[in-house]
Design a protein around this ligand. Structure first.
Ligand code: NAP
Length: 319
């Protein structure tokens, strides 16, 4: 049935038994008859009062409803991803992978590196756009500025990858309160700040995907990493809460727990420790940052029914 859209709204509080916030509208058919319709999340941003479309009856788990399908097809637009700590290492590989997979990318970090310039160039060559926004994830106002600039530039934030992280390895007896706090601030509080700042945009636009980079150290009792393991374990608990709190708004949140990946972080290991790690790695090699990046890409492009999960990528070093 052909119909014209008279009004529409985003119901942000789900009414039981519906767990999900829905978008609804009122349409009028050619005979002047009005009815209530549902609207797909993806169509919401192109709606305009008075626009023409079709009303289609669809069966859902909660019953049969009328849906309004706008006659104007949504443009195939590039999605938008913001990645923290993306000037080098795993974050840089994630930015490049997403940029090459159809995303516009906001690369943020403490400083812009040559690696970052190279990645921005490659993203541009593949038809995308990338910008750099200097951000310290431990500074809430900088983090809020990062999300604001992302939306000013690209209109939305489809994906947030909380990747920025540091380690300061010491046995607990030799670890100062400052060394403890610094790692908690960057690795855990930074994830809280970025997620908190991105969520209002994701809720308003009808959904989003958050990937938190945790670590195998969260599970492994990694000697010398009490601060790091506590932060990375905290990220996993945080991820599960975000998944439950915001699924109703179509915001999915997962954690990735890498093992032994080839970056500056593992280059800096003492040689004896490095050899031990290699010796107990079933595949006998460090993982490539690009291998982690492909997992992120899978989760944010294909993982529509995956949330609240922790996915290990460690060659079986921890099973
Ligand atoms: P990396 O090469 O050291 O990259 C980390 C990036 O985060 C750097 O560019 C760093 O900037 C940035 N950063 C540090 N503090 C920041 C802050 N306060 N605000 C914003 N950015 C900040 O390390 P990586 O190995 O790629 O690690 C990336 C993530 O993966 C981290 O969360 C790490 O814990 C996790 N991870 C790594 C491994 C591994 O084996 N490599 C394993 C498990 C988990 P600066 O260079 O300026 O300090």
């Amino acid at each position: 049935m052909k119909a014209k859209l008279l009004s529409y709204t985003n119901i942000t509080v789900p009414t039981p038994p519906y767990k999900k916030a829905t978008k609804v509208g009122i349409v009028e058919d050619e005979n002047g008859k009005r009815c209530l319709v549902r609207i797909e999340d993806e169509d919401y941003e192109i709606l305009k009062v008075g626009m023409e479309g079709e009303v289609e009856e669809r069966k859902t788990d909660f019953g049969t409803f009328n849906f309004f399908i706008p006659a104007v097809k949504r443009e195939k637009r590039r999605k938008v991803a913001a990645v923290t700590g993306a000037s080098r290492g795993i974050g840089n590989a994630i930015a490049l992978e997403l940029g090459r997979s159809g995303f516009n990318v906001v690369i943020s970090d403490l400083e812009k590196t040559g690696e970052c310039d190279e990645t921005m160039k490659k993203i541009a060559e593949s038809g995308g756009e990338a910008i750099f926004v200097q951000t310290d994830v431990t500074n809430l106002s900088q983090v809020e500025e990062l999300m604001k600039k992302t939306v000013e530039k690209f209109g939305r934030i489809d994906v947030l990858v909380n990747n920025a992280g540091i380690n300061i390895d010491k046995l607990v007896t030799g670890m100062t309160p400052e060394q403890w706090q610094k790692v908690i601030d960057v690795d855990l509080t930074g994830v809280f700040y970025c997620t908190k700042a991105a969520l209002p945009y994701m809720i308003k636009q009808g959904g989003g995907r958050i990937i938190n980079i945790s670590s195998m150290s969260a599970f492994d009792g990694a000697v010398g990493q009490a601060n790091y393991a506590a932060a990375k374990g905290g990220i996993i608990s945080f991820t599960k809460v975000i998944a439950r709190e915001y699924a109703q708004y179509n915001v999915l949140c997962n954690a990735i727990a890498p093992g032994f990946i080839k970056t500056r972080m593992t280059d800096a290991m003492p040689p004896g420790l490095f050899r031990d790690r290699l010796a107990r790695n079933p595949l006998g090699r460090r993982g490539e940052p690009e291998e982690v990046a492909k997992l992120v890409r899978f989760l944010v492009t294909e993982g529509d029914y995956i949330t609240g999960q922790v996915i290990g990528i460690n060659a079986g070093e921890y099973v």
